[in-house]
Design a protein around this ligand. Structure first.
Ligand code: NAD
Length: 368
């Protein structure tokens, strides 16, 4: 989609270049225009804005920017434009134009919905999943659309080198990273008295250790000291209401998903000074294979071991432990993967430019 940046001015006449002040302004604006074009904005218009219109909040922002260009060196103009460019999506309909996102576990479910949505908003997406065929299928769908580009990256997030390898592949393909969506995960439920150490540890490995390694590998791309090189960058962790409220049969998963909430606050504090936002979404009941009936037989194979997925009794009426109840959900229904993805997009997008360190519960109101 064509992006247009309107550089506005409240001056009476920008064309009277006999005035040296105006002349300086015009050349500063030309620097900005060039930089915009380099940043992928294909059309840059200079428009005169009547003073009255300049009082509108949106316009006055751009006017303030334009007015400031008088005193800008070309390098400070570049820095300002870089920051504006990364926020322009708000006004063009595409929220992540030209940005690069790694989304783990995006072969299906919430991760896939997020990959499709991010790409539709102009992002280049690294579609990473333990299931190579599903990752490729998500990429194929993205390639057929008119959004961003995509790269399939197959791998188990629990492998020691996964973080380093996915970051390397992303930089080789797209040259930068704007967003880490730490979504890959599964459940391995057991009651406390029947849970062995390995089952407990597996959840910590998948939901906390694996994201930690991705973060560590990506750190050089987020701890950017030079403000000129900073764009919209964020981390979005995927947690669960099992982590924020606890859940029967999920001591391991709850511990891991609660850990994610603390990791999020730490990333927000450690990388915030580099302009990086970090947030977390804690989902309630989102309809994916993870929350489908266990009897449907879905499973995931990790480390050569098959782990059954799903909720026992889901879909059956009058089960003793009524897992189908929506009475405690104010919206009276489970959520769709696309709705979950929208919450992730919001947190990664410039719409949340002053939101950091938060855990957003996406539950249809359950648990308030
Ligand atoms: N569905 C829900 O109601 C719900 C609720 C709370 C939290 N979550 C969380 O949302 C995230 C996505 O879950 P979903 O519901 O979309 O499930 P899903 O099973 O539909 O999708 C998960 C994806 O992650 C991949 N994956 C799983 N383990 C992996 C690993 N070790 N390495 C690489 N890829 C791996 C799977 O292959 C799959 O494509 C998970 O972290 C989950 O814990 C889901």
């Amino acid at each position: 989609m064509l992006q247009t940046l309107l550089l506005t001015s409240s001056l009476q006449s920008l064309t009277e270049t006999r005035d040296s002040r105006l002349s300086r302004r015009m050349s500063a604006i030309r620097v900005v225009q060039t930089q915009c074009l380099r940043s992928g904005i294909r059309s840059v218009s200079l428009v005169r804005t009547p003073v009255a219109l300049c009082r509108a909040p949106f316009i006055s922002n751009t006017c303030a920017f334009s007015a400031r260009t008088i005193r800008m060196t070309s390098s400070s103009a570049n820095a300002r434009v870089n920051s504006l460019v990364s926020h322009l999506g708000q006004h063009t309909g595409k929220l992540l134009q030209g940005q690069v996102a790694i989304i783990t576990g995006s072969g299906q479910g919430i991760g896939k919905a997020a990959a499709l949505l991010f790409a539709a908003h102009g992002a280049n997406v690294v579609v990473s999943d333990i299931d190579a065929a599903k990752a490729q299928s998500t990429v194929d769908e993205i390639e057929k659309s008119d959004g961003g580009k995509a790269l399939a990256f197959a791998g188990d997030v629990m492998k020691e080198k996964f973080g380093e390898e996915v970051v390397k592949a992303t930089i080789e393909k797209f040259g930068k990273i704007n967003h880490l969506i730490l979504n890959a995960g599964f459940t391995n439920d057991k009651m406390i008295h029947t849970m062995d150490d390995a089952t407990f540890q597996m959840m910590l490995d998948c939901h906390t250790v694996a994201p930690f390694r991705v973060l560590r590998a990506a750190a050089p791309h987020f701890r950017v000291k030079d403000p000129e090189r900073r764009e919209n960058r964020s981390i979005v962790y995927v947690s669960s209401t099992s982590g924020t409220h606890g859940n029967v049969g999920q001591l391991n998963y709850a511990a891991a998903k609660a850990g994610v909430v603390g990791m999020n606050k730490t990333t927000a504090k450690e990388w915030g000074p580099f302009g990086v936002r970090s947030n977390c979404v804690a989902f309630g009941w989102i309809q994916t294979r993870l929350t489908a009936a266990k009897e449907e037989g879905a499973s995931i194979e990790v480390n050569g071991k098959k782990v059954a997925l799903g909720i026992p009794g889901r879909g059956k009426k009058d089960t003793a432990n009524d897992v189908n109840a929506t009475i405690d959900i104010p919206l009276r229904r489970p959520g769709e993967a696309a709705e979950a993805a929208s919450a992730i997009l919001f947190l990664a997008s410039p719409l949340a430019s002053y939101v950091s360190g938060q855990t957003l519960e996406v539950t249809g109101g359950r648990g308030i």
